[in-house]
Design a protein around this ligand. Sequence first.
Ligand SMILES: Cc1ncc(COP(=O)(O)O)c(C=O)c1O
Length: 371
Amino acid sequence: MTDKSKRPATKLIHAGLAKPKNGEAFMSGPSFASTFHLSGDIDNANYQYGRFHNPTWTALETALEELDGGKSLVFPSGMAAVAAVLTSCVEQGDTILLQNDGYYATRAYAEEFLSKFGVTVITCSTKQLLEQDFNDITLTFIETPSNPLLDVVDIRLLAKKIHACNGILAIDNTTLTPLGQQPLALGADIVMCSGTKALNGHSDVLFGYVASKNEQMIEKIQQWRKLAGNIPGPMETWLVHRGLTSLDMRLERMTANAQVIAEYLLNHSAVKEVRYPGLVNDPSYKTASEQQSNFGFIISFDLVTQANAHQFLANADLIFEATSFGGMHTMAERRARWGTDDVSPGLIRLSVGCESIDDLIADIESALNQK
Ligand SMILES: Cc1ncc(COP(=O)(O)O)c(C=O)c1O
């Protein structure tokens, strides 16, 4: 329904909705059908069986296609989307390059489940990515900014190097969403995003999607989804589509709040180091300014010891201690508690929400100053 030239904030609200007839809802509800009437030749029906297609998926996939600029496929979680890409794009004997400072479950999936089928998994840090030799690497799957340390890599440059060696570049865009960064326009072959985070934004749904301009890759990933049965429920899909309509407003508040909080933390004596791509002296600032539309809503900062980090989280009233990000509510965790990331014992990953900035600063100040 939307004109492709419309701005993202407008597309978000209108994309994927069919023009209603008189008396029809313009936001129709989810379609719960598992089974569709299918008579005669199978090519005559858009919908055949609920594991293959669903009208609620189509509405959201159409919206995401407009936002990302590539055909999109929805999944029941971010990890389902990661698994779909990793499994569909490589064969026995291929090599995958992942970050050692990116989301650990992506590495764990590849190392635990793909290595045994003869796929070699290698890793490097975000900072080392542009120095890699991409000969013999079939798929490079990375996130930028990395999570939780927020290093950024130049996607355009990385795509050029990878394509010169006939490789595939997939970007996990979870922390920024298509409003914050457009990996396909920057040259990546595939973009993937966990919709569990800011895309849905209300901490009540698990979801994921993949998008690509490459028809062959999308067909392979779609075939994997259909045969593995790794499909999202209509209700979750509909909730994510509803959440999408407010993404621009939520991100505007979250990123503005994050900038103020990062600057506040930078000047606090209890904080050893702050990483936020929007701080002018942050190592990520220059590249983030060039390739992102905003600096995101995640800040990481180091309170040096485990005890200081626990104390801060216990003292804060408005910050939920939780292992996720991107919701309306501000949340944080001491990342080293999982033992999966190579970070300081006092490192806090803070996901800034939509609360009033004055209240957040007052709460953070009181939590840092209380003993
Ligand atoms: C960067 C990133 N990618 C993917 C995922 C996986 O998403 P989900 O939890 O929806 O499976 C996460 C989850 O935290 C994440 O942080």
